[in-house]
Write a protein that binds this ligand. Structure first.
Ligand code: BDR
Ligand code: CA
Length: 325
């Protein structure tokens, strides 16, 4: 039994690993990949998604570019964390998968409408595209099984003292998604900061002896430097793949059904996720919030997926993948 998913992302080092986990797992079926501005400009995040799909031998999966800026305000990219390209580190001069000639929101609408099973949306960037989809096409709501997003925190932030990057980048979009009433899972920094790419993890990627394994090792080596420099972390957290892992194997992540509100107006806290973990507000639960993760099983899942892609014989191949429909 495979779960049909659409991945909306802003690659991004950890988005790249999230894509590989999804593409290399037999338990989920990636119907499409949509891109949003976030870690870098839309042009760059889209290019990066094209590169990763091509490297993973998944050029047949449709990709569409979406929102170039948040619903409100200006885009502030994370070049300090992901570099000028958004995927600094490895040599990614590869033939790229092609982009469908439709907006991400339209591709999502079509894929959801055409799929027999309800579709899971996995969002690993700002929630701009997802909020636009829910607002512009309410007819697809019954066809969405759940929204699983990486973003927010039950604790402190990484972009402002209390704000996490994806939510701070587009707080209004996150607010729309969390108010929609869809089954929603929030994978925040409080759990992703446990999924660290240690030296052993990087060595394991390198030890695969494949193009994809080497790319993962080089991505994580760059990411480690950025996290050391910006946060003083010994090892970098790979946030986004935890959201994919939660869809592949929900038992990997422990959640609490609670209320999450997005701070839209705070002088210092705009974009903070206000998580009512102790149920003090009596606001009804609107999300399953991750509070624990089985880190060892998470890494086994990710390593297996990258190995699966590498042994599929296409990863890193020089041949140009076929154009998406
Ligand atoms: C989130 O922000 C981005 O930098 C990462 O790709 C991840 O989605 C972590 O705060
Ligand atoms: Ca991301």
């Amino acid at each position: 039994m495979t779960t049909p998913v659409i991945i909306d992302c802003d690659p991004g080092h950890d988005d790249a690993l999230a894509l590989m986990l999804a593409l290399g797992s037999p338990r989920i079926n990636v119907l499409g990949v949509t891109t949003v501005a976030g870690n870098q400009t839309l042009e760059k995040t889209t290019r990066n998604a094209q590169r990763i799909l091509a490297l993973a031998g998944a050029g047949q999966i449709p990709i569409a570019a979406g929102a170039a800026r948040p619903l409100v305000g200006e885009l502030a990219v994370a070049a300090d964390i992901h570099g000028e390209s958004g995927l600094d580190g490895p040599d990614l001069d590869v033939p790229v998968a092609e982009v469908a000639g439709v907006h991400a929101v339209e591709l999502m609408r079509r894929l959801i409408a055409e799929e027999r099973e309800p579709v899971t949306l996995i969002a690993t960037g700002p929630l701009t595209n997802v909020a636009l989809l829910l607002s512009l096409h309410p007819e697809v709501l019954p066809r969405i099984k759940e929204v699983v997003f990486m973003g927010g925190s039950t604790e402190r932030g990484n972009t402002t003292p209390y704000g996490e990057f994806n939510i701070v980048t587009d707080p209004e979009a996150a607010d729309i998604v969390l108010r929609e009433g869809l089954p929603t899972t929030m994978i925040g920094l409080n759990v992703t900061h446990q999924a660290l790419a240690t030296d052993e993890i990087i060595a394991e990627f390198r030890g695969m002896g494949t193009r994809l394994g080497t790319v993962c090792a080089e991505l994580m080596t760059f990411f480690a430097g950025a996290y050391r420099q910006n946060f003083g972390f010994g090892h970098p957290p790979v946030h986004d793949p935890v959201a994919v892992a939660a869809v592949i194997d929900p038992a990997l992540v422990r959640t609490e059904a609670v209320n999450v509100a997005v701070e839209l107006a705070g002088a210092y806290t705009r974009g903070a996720t206000v998580v009512d973990l102790h149920r003090r507000t009596h606001r009804p639960p609107n999300a399953d919030v991750a509070v624990g993760v089985d880190v060892e099983s998470f890494w086994r899942l990710l390593m297996t997926a990258v190995r699966n892609l590498s042994t599929a014989g296409t990863a890193g191949s020089a041949s140009r993948p076929s154009a998406p429909a």
